[in-house]
Design a protein. Structure first.
Length: 632
């Protein structure tokens, strides 16, 4: 890459827009992303997000087996291998958290690739997120889990603080062309770029909030360009979908777009769904660099596939980093069989119950304890809808039974795995689909706690230089939400009344007719963002999609309180449902451990709407008929 660009970048804050392409939303994202964005000629930076809690535990295990492992290999072997020469020629700089638990190993692998391709590359590594050395002291201090208050587990596999953007800024200020980090908040790879380019100060909180929102919008790749969109059938060209580009201004505003000629779509509704994704309280989205308030954000179409985002506000961050630790607790296994024919769902349920009953009996004869947890799910029979499944769902003539279990002993689940295939000849007619014995793996769980920022020393390593990055100033605040949400319902009641309007002229329709929605996870908490299709419909959402109704509708899934937050700038509500995911992520036995389907389940909620507020249904006839019918 051109060293003159380094000198220019260090010499002055940027005057024009900074163009950043979101080239990865997770480890395993499509290989088309980086080449597409580089070829577009419309980016100054590529940012990559690879890490999730499960990813960190996988990487920690990999490094135990091979010291040189522990990073997201796709970053080097797939993404950078395909674009390194062209990115160098175009002067495109790169920021990635692909370092995982071994950022220096990732840097060495990238340096080897650059040497192989004849590209000179100045690589910086951000270290300091690994807090494993602090665990003995923290255990002695009786550190407690953030939500449940449980003590620190004994067998911790990884423990990483979510660092912020300031080390990334320092690396870019020092002339790095590629910055590789370990664990940091997903949006920091974008915010660090903007702090460097625009010279934003650590206490320029409104701009930091805007930059964080830009990073949040593109951190999940194509979710910002029509991926996971409620009105999926309106999104063109899935195979050629474009990856997102944000054009960011010095005042913290930005425009979201995508490369010309690519598929997908960028509209205010698409961006609104992604904006609410996994943020919890929209007035207090807690990040290491800033506490964000997105309640007054506005979205406006400013051209085809271009949406301008303004109005993020910020205030001082808290005094602690969130630490995500992972630990092993026993073992887990999941198996699937397909059941065909009449009464497929009933046969599938009986098959799953029989597998568990038989293996429990065998455990008893061997003197082994019972399963730690089990779950039988019949996929294809709308089991995830609970009492809201349609009348005809159980009449399906093809279903998949999914049987999942955890146990403290590996050999117990190996026995379980052996007892799956006999169902194909012993029990229900039409049983098929067995594809070998299911695997048995350690049951990995997450443990999150807060750690004083003063105990963490983020450091940038670039060549022979080491730059210690001090923590920014913070407020002596607690993590209490800043907004005034509806009072939570501590124990959802499935028998709660629907609360219909007294207006007899209203028409009952499923919620999807008047709202978009997207859901995601934070541990065992599900976040469901609900956006009115028209501004006038927000009043209907406020009136009818109450905490009580949501808690009752999702009572078969949600065991904890439900809280509602308002986001008036985008005509939306955000619901935070606690103890909603069967333990969440790695701990959950559910087929949907991340709550991706919970928004779809909520969108079947019946609401009564004045007919004058109902647009013509924007769906195709067949799909629209399903939306009209809703649930029974």
């Amino acid at each position: 890459m051109d060293t003159r660009k380094q000198d220019i970048a260090k010499a002055r804050p940027r005057a024009g827009a900074v163009r950043i392409g979101g080239a990865s939303g997770f480890w395993g994202d499509s290989a088309v992303a980086a080449p597409q964005l580089v070829a577009s000629g419309a980016v100054d930076y590529l940012v990559f997000d690879y890490l999730a809690e499960l990813t960190m535990s996988i990487l920690a295990g990999a490094r135990l087996k091979r010291p040189e492992a522990g990073f997201a290999t796709d970053f080097v072997d797939v993404a950078m291998k395909s674009v390194l020469r062209e990115a160098a020629a175009r002067g495109i700089r790169v920021v990635s958290n692909a370092g995982g638990v071994n950022p220096h190993g990732c840097a060495r692998a990238l340096a080897a690739l650059a040497a192989e391709q004849g590209v000179e590359l100045r690589i910086a590594v951000v270290e300091g997120d690994d807090v494993m050395p602090l665990l003995p002291a923290l255990r002695a201090e009786d550190v407690r889990e953030m939500d449940g208050g449980t003590p620190l587990p004994q067998k911790v596999l990884s423990a990483n603080a979510y660092l912020g953007a300031t080390p990334i800024r320092a690396a870019l200020d020092a002339g790095a062309q590629v910055v590789i980090t370990g664990r940091c908040v997903d949006s920091a790879v974008t915010l660090g770029v903007l702090m460097h380019e625009f010279g934003w100060a650590d206490d320029d909180y409104d701009r930091l909030a805007g930059g964080s929102l830009a990073g949040h919008v593109i951190e999940c790749g194509c979710q910002a360009t029509g991926g996971l969109y409620t009105d999926w059938e309106t999104v063109p060209d899935w195979p050629g979908i474009g990856y997102p580009i944000v054009e960011c201004e010095a005042d913290g505003s930005f425009v979201v777009g995508k490369p010309a000629g690519t598929g997908g779509k960028v509209t205010p509704a698409v961006i609104a769904e992604q904006m609410l994704y996994e943020i919890g309280d929209p007035a207090a989205y807690l990040l290491p660099d800033v506490t964000c308030d997105f309640t007054a954000v506005t979205l406006a179409a400013v051209g085809e596939d271009r949406v301008q985002v303004r109005g993020a506000r910020g205030r001082a961050p808290g005094p602690a980093y969130k630490v995500s630790a992972t630990y092993a607790e026993g073992f887990r296994s999941s198996a699937q069989l397909t059941i065909v024919g009449f009464d497929a769902a009933a046969k599938a349920r009986r098959t799953g119950d029989a597998i568990l009953a038989r293996t429990r009996s065998m455990f008893g004869r061997l003197g082994w304890p019972d399963y730690s947890a089990t779950l039988v799910e019949v996929l294809g029979a709308e089991g995830c809808y609970g009492p809201h499944a349609r009348d005809g769902a159980l009449a399906t003539r093809e279903a998949v039974v999914r049987v999942s279990a955890t146990h403290p002993r590996r050999e117990a689940l190996e026995l379980f795995a052996r007892e799956i295939a006999p169902a194909g000849t012993s029990w229900a007619c039409g049983t098929t689909g067995a594809s070998g014995r299911p695997s048995v793996s350690p049951s990995i769980r997450q443990y999150a706690f807060l750690l004083d920022k003063a105990r963490v020393a983020p450091t940038v390593v670039i060549g022979e230089q080491r730059i210690v990055v001090p923590a920014a100033a913070h407020a002596p605040q607690t993590n209490a939400p800043a907004s005034q949400p509806d009072a939570p319902v501590p124990q959802p009641d499935a028998s709660a009344p629907v609360g219909q309007s007294p207006d007899d002229e209203r028409i009952e329709v499923p919620l999807i007719r008047i709202a978009h929605a997207r859901s995601g996870d934070k541990g065992d908490t599900s976040n469901i963002g609900l956006i009115a299709r028209r501004p006038e419909l927000l009043a209907v959402l406020r009136e009818q999609v109450t905490v009580e109704r949501v808690a009752a509708w999702l009572a078969h899934l949600v065991q904890g309180p439900v809280t509602r937050h308002e986001v008036p700038g985008i005509h939306a509500l955000n619901f935070v449902c606690e103890r909603a995911l069967g333990g969440g992520g790695m701990a959950s036995l559910r087929n949907d451990p991340l709550g991706k389907g919970m928004a779809q389940i909520l969108l079947s909620l019946p609401v009564r709407v004045p007919p004058g507020l109902l647009d013509a249904d924007p769906c195709t006839p067949a799909h629209g008929a399903q939306r009209e019918a809703g649930s029974t």
